[in-house]
Ligand binder design. Structure first.
Ligand code: TRP
Length: 332
């Protein structure tokens, strides 16, 4: 049997090139060797967008379209919608007893997010506890591996703690240790040079970016602020155009040559940006085309999500039934 992968995204907007480098590209490869479940985590997205459920609802199909456009194949990967599997929340409720508030407050990812969001005294319990829900997602599929970016590593630790505690308390071996599949994931900076590409920061390039927009965005990219004249020697490190060339240009040798030239001086930003525009367009255009094709029938895309959710629900329901039997709850 193929090892099981659980991974996915919150549907808060269409996905961008950062997602592509960070995870989508991997998932297209991993679906060949793993049984891959892709969660569209709408309920988790509610934990910090509960005032705007419509936004989340509308983005479910956008994320699904992105998956299909990059080459996720519903015959190989199961795409499902979190809120369509009520048993996930049943599992979450039992897992909540196995985690302390202090432990959740120490979770580095959550800690950072809480600080960023300025909740202060108004921190919703749902937000603080979303790692428990995420652990339930992972454990209910008995996932072997979870491919994660570095910032999601604490989630895997938390998951394994919950699994161990469940096994120990209820004297079972139901849950195995989950492995984080890291290292393969890079992180793409925003076009403004900020550490992370993010739609809300306004520094992203979408997977279906129209060509004229793409051109404009590359034009605006942060380079070396001290590289004022073409003859000046320029810096490649922290120069977003080169970071992107490293990530996307298939011709590594040529990129190294360009870097040398840029460092020596005599190579203008415009020339490098032109190359990057071409490289990105070559990558994006087939994705854009496929996305447009699938978008012609959103009903069909939602049908793929519905079928996936049905399949996923069977797996989850089975695990939750086992959990309840082990704990001795759910039948009197
Ligand atoms: N936290 C992930 C994100 O924000 C989405 C997610 C929910 C997830 N449950 C998961 C990822 C389980 C991996 C495994 O994108």
């Amino acid at each position: 049997m193929k090892p099981v992968i659980l991974t996915g995204d919150r549907p808060t907007g269409p996905l961008h090139l950062g997602h592509y480098i960070g995870s989508l590209k991997n998932r297209v490869e991993l679906q060949e060797t793993h049984k891959q479940y892709l969660i569209i985590a709408d309920a988790q997205a509610m934990t910090d967008n509960f005032k705007n459920p419509q936004m989340i609802r509308e983005n479910i199909v956008e994320v699904a379209l992105d998956y299909l456009a990059v080459g996720i194949d519903p015959a190989k990967s199961t795409i499902f919608v979190q809120s369509m599997i009520p048993e996930l929340f049943e599992a979450t409720f039992y897992f909540l007893n196995l985690v302390t508030v202090a432990r959740l407050e120490r979770n580095p990812t959550v800690k950072t997010e809480i600080a960023q969001k300025d909740f202060e005294r108004n921190l919703p319990v749902g937000f603080l506890t979303y790692p428990v829900s995420q652990a339930a997602d992972i454990l209910c599929f008995k996932a072997d591996v979870v491919p994660v970016g570095d910032d999601q590593n604490p989630m895997i630790e938390q998951t394994n703690e919950i699994a161990q505690r469940f096994n120990h308390l209820y004297n079972t071996e139901l849950f195995k240790k989950v492995k984080a599949l890291g290292g393969t994931q890079g992180r793409l900076p925003g076009i403004d040079g900020k550490a992370k590409m993010s739609k809300s920061l306004g520094n992203s390039i979408s997977l279906a970016e129209p060509f004229d927009q793409l051109k404009k965005k590359v034009q605006k990219m942060y380079t070396d602020p001290n590289h004022l004249h073409i003859e000046d020697p320029g810096q490649v490190e922290g120069n977003v155009v080169f970071t992107f060339l490293d990530a996307f240009d298939p011709n590594k040798e040529e990129v190294e040559k360009l870097k040398d030239h840029y460092r020596r001086g005599g190579l203008g930003d415009g020339t490098v940006k032109q190359r990057l525009t071409q490289v990105l367009e070559e990558m994006i255009s087939p994705i854009r085309k496929r996305r447009e094709e699938f978008a012609k029938d959103k009903g069909e895309v939602l049908e793929i999500c519905r079928k996936g959710s049905e399949q996923a629900r069977e797996v989850v329901a089975q695990t939750v039934a086992e959990m309840k039997k082990i704990m001795g709850v759910g039948s009197i």
